[in-house]
Ligand binder design. Structure first.
Ligand SMILES: Nc1ncnc2c1ncn2[C@@H]1O[C@H](COP(=O)(O)OP(=O)(O)OP(=O)(O)O)[C@@H](O)[C@H]1O
Ligand SMILES: [Mg+2]
Length: 645
């Protein structure tokens, strides 16, 4: 059905409905006012719903299930994630149920015994793009999951897509997978539009807005252009034409994650929740995603530890700290300035209040038992203190704990410590020096000639699939060249960080047990506690099983393990994934103070900018030094992307 037909049909239905409604009972404004009053009172319009998830099966977390206020617990235990602690969520919807903005008051969230958020405001305005930031382990992912699972009373007309895991491996092609839910979604919206047009509410301004919006969304969903739109997104995320038609079962997990991201973008939900979406992307795809999200005109909530990405995409920042959410308008840089100002003012207010209180307390102590006049003045001051305390005193500013990471001085080795001589490599290439055409076509790299020393500070850049990680594997010795020679100093110690390391951790062990097992007999338990404490794993985190740690906390275990090896050479493949902004800065500082060499693969332009002295571009089967800095390279990518569109 075209838009015109749709509008005509709906208009007619609406008129009939309105006429009928008028004849019966005209909707009064009072009803609405009462509704709002009830809601903002913090009471539950639908009755407080205490959902205990002990398998009663009544809990409905599907995308259509909500619109209720109250309490929600969720610990539906699937067999393989039985260790996940139950979430308990409370909060009351305070915005109009048909509004596109969402405001939830008295929002609290607990994970098992851990309070993640305590009685705070959760608010998203339509058309805004929020960057959700906070230290590792503060609860960002948990928060996003509970919204994605509709454990908070987000009205049901706001469809939510939460990008959680990769697309399933199946016979469907990448392109088909991206589009697979389109038809269902279109039907859902058409039904909603018809129902809304027929309902009594259709004469209200919010309902009329919603109808117009539904028409717009349905228009944008045009099936005739769907394939082109899906292909464009996939292309932006690094899928060639051939790859778009490959079955998802033939992709690695990382690439299936990209397909899931493409699908989430393609669906263009009213609320899009992305948890560290750049983790699986190369620089080019990051630049593309940044450009794409810049114009996302619904609600976007994105967790990211990449400052330049947050700067490019976000219109607002939400800071999760000390169990509260603080809202800032503007991008990341604006947030930094605003937070500083806010903290300066908060400290001024705090000091002023404390001075006042101290002053009054002194007065009470001195004159409380004096003459009747003085005693009465002292009494009123005591009352004032009590009143100030009752109204809530300003809290002292708590600074985020800054980690000081350190990679020990490994001692010197004569250069070059790694030397590539005429190195060629291809995964399917014959292991020979034969240079026949067929063999050459299979090569990822051809005749590489370079050396790495202890003073090297190299960032490898280039599109995904070009073989940056492969180059690191060749340096480590995990892969051997198809031809040519890689010489390494015989005493060279290499620490190779890559994403899959966390997958190899024994999740049932605690960080302390893991380290003691990896380095048996090397140090006492107490000393090992200090070692991992330096990586921000303190207190209970040291002894709880690794599976109960947040993603960033898991990465810290890996870093502690790597640093303990006292390497000469750090090969870091996407080290910033999951690390919070503060820890990325600490890592940058640790690298800058490190006496050994560095080869870095990262999509974090800021980190590269902080630590790399050279940029090497991996492309066209070779490695070429880039003449400018990383920011000029980013600009080059952006221009090239815009030209190719
Ligand atoms: N299954 C679990 N049981 C108990 N506690 C958990 C569990 N999973 C995570 N936690 C704890 O809950 C807290 C919040 O974790 P969450 O993953 O939401 O943090 P995050 O802000 O996303 O961190 P990161 O930046 O590292 O991704 C952490 O302190 C973590 O140790
Ligand atoms: Mg997280």
């Amino acid at each position: 059905m075209g838009r015109k037909d749709r509008e005509k049909k709906l208009q007619k239905a609406k008129q009939q409905q309105q006429a009928a409604a008028k004849a019966q009972n005209p909707p009064s404004q009072k009803d609405e006012e009462e509704y709002n009053e009830e809601n903002t009172n913090g009471e539950d319009t639908n009755g407080t719903e205490e959902q205990n998830s002990n398998g009663s099966g009544e809990e409905d977390t599907s995308s259509q299930s909500n619109g209720t206020n109250g309490t929600h617990s969720s610990d539906k235990k699937k067999p393989d994630d039985s260790w996940i602690s139950p979430r308990n969520v409370t909060g009351v919807l305070a915005s109009h149920p048909l509004s596109r903005d969402v405001k939830i008051i008295n929002f609290s969230l607990r994970l098992g015994g851990l309070v993640i958020v305590d009685d705070t405001l959760l608010e998203f305005n339509y058309g805004r793009r929020y960057g959700l930031i906070g230290l590792n382990g503060s609860g960002k992912s948990t928060l996003l999951t509970c919204i994605g699972q509709r454990e908070v009373p987000v009205p049901s007309h706001i469809n939510i897509v939460h990008l959680e895991k990769e697309i399933a491996a199946s016979d469907k092609t990448a392109l088909e997978s991206v589009m697979e839910d389109l038809e269902d979604e279109r039907k859902r919206l058409e039904t909603e539009a018809e129902e809304l047009a027929m309902s009594e509410e259709s004469s209200e301004a919010d309902a009329a807005d919603r109808l117009t919006e539904l028409y717009d969304i349905l228009d944008e969903m045009d099936v005739n252009t769907a394939t082109t739109r899906a292909a464009k997104i996939l292309h932006g995320l690094g899928f060639t034409k051939d790859m778009q038609h490959k079955q998802t079962k033939d992709f690695s997990g990382g690439w299936r994650m990209r397909i899931a991201l493409a699908k989430a973008l393609f669906m263009k939900p009213m609320m899009l929740l992305l948890d560290e979406p750049t983790n699986h992307l190369d620089l080019e795809a990051c630049v593309w995603l940044e450009e794409y999200l810049k114009t996302y005109n619904r609600i976007l909530v994105v967790i990211s530890h990449s400052q330049d990405f947050l700067n490019g995409v976000c219109t607002n920042i939400i800071h999760l700290q000390n169990k509260k959410l603080t809202y800032y308008t503007g991008n990341f840089d604006t947030y930094v300035t605003a937070r500083q100002e806010r903290e300066v003012n908060q400290m001024k207010q705090y000091n002023w209040e404390q001075d006042q209180i101290q002053h009054m307390k002194d007065y009470v102590a001195r004159f409380g038992h004096g003459s009747a006049k003085l005693a009465s003045q002292a009494k009123s001051k005591a009352k004032l203190i009590a009143k100030m305390e009752e109204q809530g005193l300003t809290e002292r500013v708590t600074k985020d704990k800054v980690l000081i990471l350190r990679f020990a001085d490994p001692g010197t080795l004569p250069p070059p410590v790694v030397q590539f001589n005429k190195v060629s490599f291809g995964y399917n290439a014959a292991p020979s020096s034969s240079s026949n055409n067929n063999n050459r076509r299979q090569l990822l790299y051809e005749n590489l000639e370079f050396g790495i020393d202890l003073d090297s500070r190299v960032a490898l850049v280039g599109p995904n699939g070009v073989g940056k990680s492969t180059l690191l594997k060749l340096m480590v010795g995990e892969l051997v060249p198809s031809s040519g020679l890689i010489r390494k100093h015989s005493h060279l110690r290499i620490a190779w960080y890559h994403q899959h390391l966390t997958e190899h951790l024994d999740l049932t062990l605690s960080p302390l047990e893991f380290m003691l097992k990896e380095f048996p007999g090397e140090v006492e338990k107490e000393r090992m506690r200090q070692v991992i404490g330096k990586f921000g794993l303190t207190g209970k985190l040291q002894t709880s099983p690794i599976q109960k740690l947040s993603d960033g906390q898991k990465s810290r275990v890996v870093f502690a393990w790597l640093a303990w090896k006292e390497p000469h050479l750090l090969l870091l493949d996407e080290p910033t994934n999951h690390l919070d902004l503060e820890t990325i800065d600490s890592l940058a500082e640790a690298i800058n103070n490190f006496e050994g060499g560095l080869v870095l693969v990262s999509h974090d332009f800021r980190l590269i900018n902080q630590v790399a002295k050279e940029i090497w571009v991996c492309e066209h089967k070779t490695v070429t030094p880039w003449k400018g800095d990383i920011l000029s390279y980013k600009e080059h990518l952006r221009k090239r992307m815009l030209e190719n569109e």
